[in-house]
Design a protein around this ligand. Sequence first.
Ligand code: HEC
Length: 131
Amino acid sequence: MKPTFVLLFCLLGTVVNNVLAERVINELYTVVDGNKVDKATLTGFKVWRAAACDRCHGASQEGMVGPSLITSLKTLNKEEFKRTVIDGRSEKGMPSFKENSQLMDNIENLYRYLKGRSNGDILQAKVEMLN
Ligand code: HEC
């Protein structure tokens, strides 16, 4: 093959790769390539870490003493999610977070992030800002 053809194929490859970047956009979040997210969803991730939900639900939300939130959020709706986090279920070991103002201000963002994880659109727990 002539060098010019090789170069052309390389260029074509780059173009195709960019077009094929996996992008999921819905009313809750935008995710590119499974780990780059919009600002609100990134804030949700930061709140998840700050509130240390991972102590009980696992660093990848897959469950420890608390259940897998990947599984839970497939059936729990947004209102039920918010109720649980705000009120807790103290008799069952899930604390109330209503005194945590950072979390209360960002509960919608936390839901975006966790729903993206549960839907399988956010492929890894650690996310970064998309450009
Ligand atoms: C001290 C441990 C602990 C921490 C910290 C914790 N959880 Fe939980 N969580 C639990 C346990 C245990 C349950 C199961 C309660 C039950 O059996 O109903 C639970 C249940 C839940 C549920 C309901 C799941 C379902 O299927 O009904 C949600 C949603 C949830 N937690 C979210 C969170 C979030 C978000 C955070 C951080 C802001 C958090 N939890 C922090 C222990 C914890």
